[in-house]
Write a protein that binds this ligand. Structure first.
Ligand code: TXA
Ligand code: MG
Length: 332
């Protein structure tokens, strides 16, 4: 596998290859959205369960509409105001659409316009939407650098574009707009308050459901039933430091603030390594480096790591960080 430029990536895609590219959220593993052969390669490279459909990436709302995909007023406003950006809308896909190979023949398609020059240039160059899940082996942390992609997917893919580092670092918010409510199917940096704030400017009042850390099972995307974001190191989630079984070579993962609370209690114990995910006062940094931090645990070689379950605050980003962390490793 190699680092490639946008022209090379575009040529590979047009010849049914698969390549990884940066977005503002995480790296995507792209295939032409109408190409069954390339899409099968994506599933194989990731070891992705077959029933888990792929998001399609477009360069504009016009390109979405050119496939006969209609947007209602709320959807149009949200895309106008928040895209390009980390928002993915689940929209009705017309029957017999060439894009149905990406959705696994579902009647809805997840559409997103990424806010990243390399991603947009690539879509423009191939003149077609790109289907792309996150560029990582299923169950592993998503990748936020080209080197992470290289380390995870190795020679299973045809290349990776090494672009500007994703600013957000965690995946897009996925929503479905219904007649009476909007469902947040996967929380992200855009949440309830950002959506309500925009719609209120248009005097639209609508209920928003499902932004909890562990959303109601009926309001989640198919992918959420699978394990996620876990490095190879054994990670055990725990609510309390008291549940940690002390042994040589263990790490305790938490926010900077949580770790400093425990410092006096635990620091004298030489067996324990404090692994900070960053400060709650700097959530944008925490999210930007979340997956990098989780995957770097493997290179340090801990025997075991304990992840402290904690409250990351009520902002959309805080809730999204807590949502991702809630899926890492096992519960204790
Ligand atoms: O930020 C992101 O969204 C990144 C970047 C690369 O764009 N992509 C991403 O893709 O996170 P992935 O495949 O890791 O997660 C997409 C989620 C999965 O849980 C999948 O089940 C859901 O979106 N999804 C995709 N298409 C869908 C569809 N047609 N209906 C319902 N859920 C869908
Ligand atoms: Mg993923």
């Amino acid at each position: 596998m190699r680092i490639i430029d946008i022209t090379t990536a575009s040529n590979i895609l047009l010849k049914s290859g698969i390549i990884a590219f940066p977005t503002e959220t995480v790296y995507g593993l792209g295939a032409m959205a109408n190409n069954q052969i390339a899409i099968s390669k994506v599933f194989k490279a990731k070891n992705r369960p077959k029933d888990n459909p792929l998001i399609c990436h477009f360069n504009s709302v016009e390109q979405i509409k050119s496939f006969g995909i209609a947007l209602n007023r709320v959807e149009q406003i949200l895309f106008d105001q928040l895209s390009p950006g980390p928002l993915c809308l689940l929209l009705d896909l017309p029957n017999n659409s060439p894009l149905s190979v990406a959705t696994g023949n579902r009647s809805k398609i997840a559409c997103r316009i990424p806010n990243h020059t390399a991603a947009l240039d690539l879509i423009t160059k191939v003149k077609y939407p790109i289907a792309a899940p996150s560029a990582n082996t299923s169950t592993r942390p998503s990748c936020t650098t080209a080197n992470m992609v290289l380390a995870d997917l190795g020679n299973k893919i045809d290349g990776v574009i090494d672009g500007e580092i994703p600013k957000i670092g965690i995946e897009s918010t996925i929503i479905e707009v219904g007649n009476v409510s909007i469902k947040i199917l996967r929380p992200g940096s855009i949440g309830k308050s950002e959506i309500l704030n925009i719609l209120s400017k248009y005097s639209i009042q609508i209920k928003i459901q499902g932004e909890n850390t562990t959303p109601n099972k009926q309001t989640v995307v198919p992918g959420s039933k699978y394990p996620h974001y876990s490095p190879k190191t054994t990670i055990i989630q725990t609510t309390s430091i008291k549940k940690i079984i002390m042994s040589p070579g263990i790490a305790v993962i938490a926010s900077k603030e949580k770790l400093s609370e425990y410092e006096a209690q635990l620091k004298p114990n030489k067996d324990i390594y404090f692994y900070s995910l960053g400060s709650k006062k700097e959530l944008t940094k925490v999210s930007q480096f979340l997956y990098k931090n989780l995957s770097e645990l493997d290179s340090i070689g801990f025997h075991k790591a304990y992840l402290l379950i904690e409250n990351w605050g009520e902002t959309s980003l805080g809730l999204a960080i807590a949502n991702r962390l809630s899926k890492v490793g096992k519960n204790n």
